[in-house]
Design a protein around this ligand. Structure first.
Ligand code: PMP
Length: 459
């Protein structure tokens, strides 16, 4: 089928996520045809370096034969097994056990979902069961970060605080609350880690006080804020928040949907600071995007409380037809092998991620770049029009969008966030040579946008 015909069918029938439908119809889709390693070929035959791993999910890269083989074999053998009524399939049991072994601390129990949003929804449901089992059902409020992203379901979009997800949706719900991100580049208390941590703790305690200490159930955060602009909290913030939650009997939920599976270096970003959350959500890198799957990892203590505190014989009424889907689980097992077996991709991602961070720092001198930040294979550039004054680019300038469009001209995919941020999350299979290509194309992209007369006039 011709690319033009496909574009027309897309405009007529395919609703795309998180877009202005009008803008999308005006622009049309960019149809991708195939992928190999870190490179995609589009329908017009151009090869693009995917600096964003699809949607920060294809961690092992495209075209991994072992993953395709695992999915095919499982589909031939047993394409589906329900987990209802006590049935199970071997790969689902093995993947749950593997995750329990790999996850920090006593996160030993796994509920599989189809992605991140329903993992967050599942956590909300498990929190309710937990608080009822403990005899504290009035603990039903949750607190999260103002620039956090926790999915797009009707409850997750309220735990998320990004404005686009609240518009016209009666969100946040009355039990959903937010506090500011620990954001070193722009923080009223300055960039000093201790001051940022102290301010964050004070705001958290004030929020708990305002809600009522006996009414707060959980705190949700990403170890590094992703969609809200790749905001890296100072070292020490995560353990401080974890401890504050423990002291107040508030569950600590780490949303590792982006940061999990080697994205920031270790298998889970919580490991970087030695913390063990009460629950952890994962998705994306769990199957590297080859098939949909997410999961909630639950501590032994939370699991036992729900198990033992529920009325005798009562059903824990939460389930999904495709929970623990055997094909997804078989893919997940093959993906774990790629991360971990024989000098696998986890180690490669650690090495190449350090190289990416170093290479990107060179762009800190560019007139459009206020800060380069990130960890491992998760990096971003915050854009400014005046470096000394940290002036945010005028919305009307559309700098981030211009950069993404110019990036495509230079055969590089990355993500534009809001109006002042671009992000990189390359596959862990990238080599240093791929990162050299990425940086060369990024340099040409930044210079091309700087040469735009409207941008030139603004800096
Ligand atoms: N949590 C985080 C941190 C995410 O980044 C995302 C998706 N980008 C989600 C939850 C929701 O995941 P999904 O899109 O798979 O529903």
């Amino acid at each position: 089928m011709l690319a033009n015909d496909l574009a027309e069918l897309d405009r007529a029938h395919l609703i795309h996520p998180v877009m202005s439908w009008r803008d999308h119809e005006a622009r049309g889709p960019h149809v991708l045809a195939e992928g190999r390693g870190a490179y995609l070929t589009d329908a017009s035959g151009r090869t693009l370096l995917d600096g964003f791993s699809g949607l920060w999910c294809v961690n092992v890269g495209y075209g991994q034969d072992s993953v395709v083989k695992a999915a095919t074999e499982q589909m031939m053998r047993l394409p589906y097994a329900t987990g209802y009524f006590g049935y199970a399939a071997e790969p689902s049991i093995r993947l749950a056990a593997r995750l329990a072994e790999l996850a920090p601390g006593d996160l030993d129990h796994v509920f599989f979902t189809l992605g991140g949003s329903d993992a967050i929804d599942s956590v909300v449901r498990f929190i309710r069961f937990y608080m009822h089992a403990k005899g504290t059902p009035e603990r039903r409020h949750v607190i999260s970060l103002a620039r956090g992203y926790h999915g797009s379901s009707s409850t997750g979009a309220g735990i998320t605080a990004l404005p686009a997800f609240h518009r016209d949706s009666d969100l946040p719900l009355p039990w959903q609350h937010h506090i500011a991100n620990p954001y070193p580049y722009r923080n009223p208390v300055g960039p000093e880690p201790d001051a940022i941590i102290a301010a964050s703790l004070a705001e958290f305690h004030a929020k708990v006080e305002e809600i009522g200490a006996d009414k707060v159930a959980a705190f949700f955060c990403e170890p590094i804020t992703g969609s809200g602009g790749i905001i890296v909290p100072p070292k020490g913030w995560l353990p401080a928040m974890r401890e504050a939650c423990r002291a107040l009997g508030i569950l600590f939920v780490a949303d590792e949907v982006i940061t999990g599976f080697g994205r920031t270096g270790p298998l889970f970003a919580c490991e970087d600071e030695g913390i063990v959350p009460d629950m952890m959500t994962v998705a994306k890198g769990l199957t590297s995007g080859y098939v949909p799957m997410g999961a909630v990892l639950m501590s032994d203590a939370v699991y036992r409380t729900i198990r033992d505190g529920s009325p005798e014989g009562a059903t824990i009424g939460h389930g999904l037809t495709y929970s623990a889907h055997p094909v997804s689980a078989a893919v997940g097992l093959a993906v774990m092998d790629l991360y971990l077996d024989g000098g696998g991709l986890l180690a490669q991602g650690q090495r190449v991620g350090a190289y990416l961070g170093r290479r990107l720092q060179a762009f800190a001198d560019h007139p459009l770049v206020g800060e380069v930040r990130g960890r491992g294979m998760l990096q971003g550039l915050e854009l400014v029009t005046d470096k000394a004054a940290k002036t945010k680019p005028d919305k009307a300038l559309g700098i981030a969008g211009k950069l993404a469009a110019q990036g495509l001209e230079h055969r590089l995919i990355f993500r534009a966030f809001a109006d002042d941020m671009i992000g990189f999350a390359p596959p862990l299979c990238c080599t240093e040579a791929d990162i050299d290509v990425l940086c060369e194309r990024l340099g040409a992209t930044l210079d091309a946008v700087l040469a735009d007369p409207a941008v030139r006039a603004a800096v």
